[in-house]
Design a binder for this molecule. Structure first.
Ligand code: GDP
Length: 367
């Protein structure tokens, strides 16, 4: 770059080479007068969501103070995005405080879902991430499902101590805390977290009784979540609002499936089979021949293949290809923060293209 550009948001020197390094802006944005680095671009476009979010390091320092308290921890994960919302080594942060695991957004899973099985699976996932829990609950903060039981269990577990709420961004922490406030004040949607002043550590304290508090901590940003790379409009589209209906596509080998324009799955090897897709109903899915896939992508990205919209395209990291062998029946290919595809038959191979910061992974299906 011959001329030097400065981000009008934070003053960092702009670079156009590496989207994952500080100060990145796409070369096309340098034509504008008000050049913003990727971070400031997202801050501006997300405003509240991103402003309360902080980076992992800051989060660790802040939340670490929980280990010196005698409170208990409510750890919220999103059942629709478990891999994206797991906080690995949470105990390193909160010490040996008792942890209650809460799987939120249970309303998004198919009605036929066996909740007990999901609870067991969540506990197993948590254990694998190094988190041992004393209790597990499934709730829908939006619908209120399971909140009474959770509140009851909390009263038993906390034994008059403070309750710390932790979770990554977008798991529904605010929705949950607002429900607790509504239940304790009886004032639905009038008083929300913004009513309560933040502490010097950035925690928000909501009185549970005369002496103890429910303490809301800032959401941790997990860079593997798709939401951090998309426009506000696209975040709305990819965040499911109601029960996610399985959309089933029959694919032969040498065919390709596009999830909007965010993910491309090439069926490279295997017998004809169902790709059972669990994504927000607002993301269109397209099937095409593998031989047409490159051209379709080039011609229709941001239009028919959307999200991403034009705004997201400016910040979305490039797609990277990963190959997966799927030997077993009922295996999921998971895209953090977006959804997953179940392969009921297995015995096949796929190539998955997703934004480089949002790698796909494979798991045993839990439904
Ligand atoms: P936070 O970033 O963890 O504070 O998450 P928010 O409370 O802002 O919620 C993030 C998104 O998830 C919003 O679109 C909410 O409407 C949605 N959400 C929160 N709780 C639930 C829930 O129980 N079910 C469903 N379907 N959506 C939820």
């Amino acid at each position: 770059m011959s001329e030097e550009f400065i981000c009008i948001g934070c003053g960092v020197t702009i670079q156009t080479e590496n989207p994952n390094e500080i100060g990145y802006a796409p070369a096309s944005s340098l034509k504008r007068e008000d050049v913003l680095c990727k971070r400031c671009f997202r801050l501006k476009n997300y405003n509240e969501t991103q402003e309360v979010s902080i980076t992992d390091d800051d989060f660790f320092e802040m939340v670490r103070s929980i280990r010196d308290t005698n409170g208990i921890v409510v750890y919220i994960v999103d059942v629709f995005d478990v891999s994206g919302s797991m906080i690995h080594n949470l105990p390193r942060i909160v010490g040996n405080r008792p942890i209650i695991l809460v799987g939120n957004k249970i309303d998004l899973l198919p009605k036929s879902t066996n909740h007990r099985k999901v609870e067991q699976w969540l506990r197993k996932m948590a254990k694998e991430a190094g988190v041992r829990v004393i209790d597990t609950h499934l709730v829908s903060s939006k619908k209120g499902t399971g909140l009474k039981e959770l509140t009851h269990a909390l009263e038993n577990h906390r034994k008059g101590k403070d309750v710390y709420i932790v979770g990554t961004t977008n798991v529904g922490k605010s929705t949950f805390v607002n429900q607790v406030i509504a239940a304790s004040t009886g004032m639905n949607h009038v008083v929300t977290t913004s009513y309560f002043p933040g502490t010097t550590l950035g925690f928000i304290e909501i009185p549970l009784d005369d002496q103890t508090f429910l303490i809301d901590t800032p959401g941790i940003v997990n860079r593997h979540q798709m939401i951090h790379y998309l426009s506000e409009e696209d975040v709305k589209k990819i965040t499911p609002k109601k029960e996610v209906k399985a959309r089933v596509y029959q694919l032969e080998s040498e065919q390709t499936l596009f999830i909007g324009g965010l993910v491309r799955i090439d069926f490279t090897h295997g017998e004809k089979q169902s790709f059972v897709c669990y994504f927000s109903n607002d993301i269109p899915i397209h099937r095409t021949k593998l031989s047409n896939a490159d051209e379709l992508y080039q011609t229709h990205i941001g239009k028919m293949l959307a999200p991403p919209d034009a705004q997201s395209l400016a910040t979305l990291p490039e797609l990277r290809e990963q190959s997966f062998k799927i030997p077993e029946a009922n295996t999921d290919v998971v895209l953090p923060g977006l959804g997953w595809i179940t392969f009921p038959k297995g015995n096949c191979s796929v190539h998955v293209y997703s934004p480089v910061t949002v790698p796909a992974s494979v798991r045993k299906s839990f439904l």
